[in-house]
Design a protein around this ligand. Structure first.
Ligand SMILES: CC(C)(COP(=O)(O)OP(=O)(O)OC[C@H]1O[C@@H](n2cnc3c(N)ncnc32)[C@H](O)[C@@H]1OP(=O)(O)O)[C@@H](O)C(=O)NCCC(=O)NCCS
Length: 143
C-alpha cells in the first residue's frame, strides 16, 4: 500500500526520513541530516507499506514551475523487485498530473536506470551526483 506522508505527522515523517537515510545516505557514509534538502516543506512525500503496516519504501516529488523532480526513491532491500517501486513512482506521478505538470525529471543512480526505463523515463545525459560519487543520469518523462 502507498500512503502520503505529511510533515505535520511528526512520528511518521521522522520514520520516513530515517528510512530515506538508511537506504540512500548511510550506505554512502552520510550522517543523519544528509538525507534532507531545502525543498522538504514544498514537496509531496509518499511511503510504501507491507501487509503488516511496516514502512518499506520512500519517494518524493516537488515542482519547479511547470516541471517536477522526483528524488529519494528507495525500497528496503528484501522487498525490491516485487513492484513496490513502480507503485510508488506511479503515485508520485499522479500528484504531478493533478497539478498540470507535463514533465518529470530525476537524476538516477546508474544501477536504477533500468527501473526508470521500465517506468517510462528516457535516459538523457550523465549528471553530477548531489551526494557521493555514484554515476547518475538525468531521466525524463513527458505527460
Ligand atoms: C530502484 C528501486 C527503487 C526500484 O524499486 P523496486 O521495488 O525494486 O522496483 P520494481 O519491483 O517496481 O521494479 C523492479 C524492476 O526494475 C528493473 N530494475 C533494473 N535495475 C534494478 C535494480 N537495481 N533494482 C531493482 N530493479 C531494477 C527491473 O526490470 C526490475 O524487474 P525485475 O525484478 O523483474 O528484474 C529499488 O531497487 C531501490 O531501492 N534501489 C536502491 C536505491 C536506489 O538506487 N534508488 C534510486 C535512486 S535514483
Amino acid at each position: 500500500m502507498i500512503k502520503s506522508v505529511s510533515l505535520h505527522n511528526e512520528v511518521l515523517y521522522n520514520q520516513y526520513l530515517e528510512l530515506r537515510w538508511l537506504l540512500l545516505r548511510k550506505p554512502l557514509g552520510g550522517i543523519r541530516g544528509t538525507e534532507i534538502d531545502s525543498m522538504e516543506s514544498e514537496s509531496f512525500h509518499k511511503a510504501a507499506f507491507d501487509s503488516n503496516g511496516n514502512m518499506i519504501g520512500v519517494g518524493r516529488i516537488h515542482f519547479s514551475g511547470n516541471i517536477a523532480q522526483i528524488r529519494y526513491m528507495a525500497i528496503v532491500k528484501q522487498f525490491r523487485s516485487k513492484g513496490f517501486g513502480s507503485k510508488l513512482i506511479k503515485e508520485l506521478e499522479k500528484v504531478a498530473v493533478k497539478n498540470d505538470i507535463k514533465k518529470i525529471f530525476l537524476n538516477s543512480r546508474i544501477k536504477a536506470v533500468d527501473f526508470y526505463l521500465k517506468n517510462g523515463y528516457n535516459k538523457k545525459k550523465s549528471v553530477k551526483p548531489s551526494f557521493g560519487d555514484i554515476i547518475h543520469y538525468r531521466m525524463e518523462k513527458i505527460f
